[in-house]
Design a protein around this ligand. Structure first.
Ligand SMILES: Nc1ncnc2c1ncn2[C@@H]1O[C@H](COP(=O)(O)OP(=O)(O)O)[C@@H](O)[C@H]1O
Ligand SMILES: [Mg+2]
Length: 221
């Protein structure tokens, strides 16, 4: 599902070069549930962005679903993401003017193909995470945990092979966060989707099949 070799992502800051992320090799199998851990600033968000095709690596190869991302144009990357990748952002990025149901459906609009089938799937997903009676609520009318569940449903609406989540448990209490994460993992397992999640929380990491500390992936230097 993911194959990375000799990846480096650097930023130029004036005369200085900052190495944001370095991965010698990483392979993630289809259907796998992987936790990425590591101290703040070690490059977890950068790595997720590179896998999602949101940021281009400075060097190295990144293949997702069998496609070398370097072969895709900017527009090609957008289409690739809309087809194959679902993302749960740390801050959820829900759109305030829209209802929970609409926010979930918007995840399919970016793929250019939201239709009646997507409305039905959006409703089904929201019901599955216990929000069947909150379809018409706007994000500010929902608790943080509920907003997080909406964000997860939005990441799943277009049936992506790969789901990426960046510390999705944020600042809510652990018990709520763990329950919400269990819902995501259960849906992903039932539907055969691969999940890569960044987390600080060892308890959440234990729910995943495999845990990797990013610093162990760095090339020896
Ligand atoms: N746009 C940028 N310009 C310069 N340095 C950056 C930029 N974005 C991130 N970095 C640096 O890259 C490193 C990795 O950042 P990040 O991937 O956000 O880490 P994490 O998610 O593990 O906390 C950090 O040291 C950060 O300061
Ligand atoms: Mg981060």
């Amino acid at each position: 599902m993911i194959e990375i070799h000799d990846l480096r992502k650097e930023y130029r800051r004036g005369a200085e070069t900052v190495l944001a992320c370095s991965v010698r090799e990483l392979r993630v199998a289809p259907g796998e549930q992987l936790a990425l851990m590591g101290r703040s600033g070690c490059g977890k968000t950068t790595l997720l962005n590179v896998i999602a095709g949101i940021q281009r690596p400075t060097s190295g190869t990144v293949a997702v679903c069998g496609t070398d991302l370097a072969t895709l144009s900017e527009g090609g990357l957008d289409r690739f993401r809309a087809r194959h990748v679902g993302i749960v952002f740390q801050t959820f990025n829900l759109l305030q003017p829209f209802t929970a149901l609409e926010n979930v459906m918007l995840g399919a609009v970016f793929g250019g193909r939201a239709d009646a089938r997507h409305r039905a799937r959006a409703q089904e997903l929201l019901e599955r995470v216990g929000l069947g009676d909150r379809l018409a609520h706007r994000p500010r009318e929902l608790s943080i945990g509920q907003q997080q569940r909406v964000a997860m449903c939005r990441a799943l609406i277009h049936e992506p092979e790969l789901v990426l989540a960046d510390e999705p448990l944020g600042n809510q209490d652990r018990e709520t966060g763990t329950r919400v994460l269990e819902m995501l993992l259960e849906i992903a397992r039932d539907e055969g989707r691969t999940v890569v999640m960044v987390t600080h929380d060892p308890e959440s990491a234990r729910l995943m099949q495999r845990t990797i500390d990013l610093k162990t992936l760095r090339e020896a230097s």
